[in-house]
Write a protein that binds this ligand. Structure first.
Ligand code: HPA
Length: 234
C-alpha cells in the first residue's frame, strides 16, 4: 500500500481522519503537528498541517526539518506539498490547480539542510517526475508545469517584487515550498507540489489584492485538493 505524506498549508483539507499517535519530537526539534491518516483505496495519506493545528506557525517559523524528518520516520513512499499561491502569470486564474515543474527560492534564514557536513545534492528537477505524472493523470483540469517562487513572507509582495519574479521566469508565488522540497530530496523521498491559485499576485491585476476573497477561496479550496487525492488513489 503506497503511503504518501501530505503537507497541508493554508487550505485545510475537509476530511475526517484519525490522528496518528506519534511523538512530534525529532532530532531537529518538534514537528508542526501529528499527521492524520486518511485511507482511500490502496493509498494511505498522512496529512500534516505544516502551520500547526491552530495555524500558529508563520512560513518562516515552520520547522521544515522536523516535519520532513517525521514523515521520513513514518516511512512515506512519497511526499506531496499542497500550497495556496498567487499567480504571477495571469494565464493562471484564481481557482486553478497547478502542478509546477520548477522552483526558485527567495526565502532566507531557514534551516534548509540536514547535513552538518557539506554535501551537495542534485536538484536540477526539484519535483519527482513519476509523482507529478500520477497527479496530472488524476484530474484533467490540473495545469501541467510552472515555476514556483518561494518568498519569505509572511507579508505579501510588492508589485515591483512580483515584476522581478516574472522576469526571473516565475509563474506562481508562495511562501512555504522551500526548504521542504530540498529536504525531501536530501532524504531521497520523491516530492511533488499541488498548488491552488487564490489570488493574482501583487500588480498582476489592476486591483489591490482582496484579502477577504483570498481567505475565502483558501478556506474552501481544500475540497478540490481532496478530490485529487481521491482520484489519485482510484
Ligand atoms: N504571495 C505569496 N504567497 C501567497 C500569495 C501571494 O500572492 N497568495 C497565496 N500565498
Amino acid at each position: 500500500m503506497p503511503r504518501i505524506g501530505v503537507f497541508v498549508g493554508s487550505s485545510p483539507l475537509p476530511i475526517t481522519a484519525e490522528k496518528m499517535p506519534v511523538d512530534l519530537q525529532t532530532p531537529w526539534g518538534s514537528a508542526s503537528a501529528a499527521p492524520c491518516k486518511y485511507t482511500v483505496g490502496e493509498y494511505e495519506y498522512l496529512l500534516m498541517s505544516r502551520h500547526g493545528e491552530q495555524h500558529e506557525f508563520a512560513p518562516h517559523q515552520i520547522n521544515y526539518r522536523a516535519n520532513t524528518w517525521l514523515m521520513h520516520s513514518l516511512a512515506v513512499d512519497g511526499l506531496l506539498g499542497t500550497y495556496t499561491v498567487g499567480s504571477v502569470d495571469p494565464v493562471l486564474a484564481v481557482g486553478q490547480l497547478v502542478v509546477p515543474d520548477q522552483l526558485i527560492d527567495y526565502s532566507w534564514g531557514r534551516a534548509s539542510t540536514f547535513d552538518d557536513q557539506l554535501r551537495h545534492i542534485e536538484f536540477t528537477e526539484p519535483y519527482d517526475k513519476a509523482l507529478r505524472q500520477a497527479l496530472l493523470g488524476a484530474e484533467a483540469s490540473l495545469f501541467d508545469g510552472g515555476v514556483y517562487a518561494c518568498t519569505q513572507g509572511p507579508r505579501l509582495e510588492t508589485a515591483a517584487e512580483i515584476k522581478r519574479l516574472a522576469q526571473d521566469g516565475a509563474t506562481l508565488v508562495g511562501m512555504t515550498g522551500m526548504p521542504e522540497t530540498a529536504l525531501a530530496r536530501e532524504l531521497e523521498i520523491p516530492f511533488a507540489a499541488l498548488c491552488l491559485v487564490v489570488n493574482p499576485a501583487a500588480g498582476v491585476s489592476d486591483d489591490v489584492i482582496d484579502m477577504q476573497a483570498l481567505a475565502e477561496i483558501s478556506a474552501t479550496g481544500g475540497a478540490r485538493m481532496v478530490e485529487v487525492l481521491n482520484q489519485l488513489a482510484a
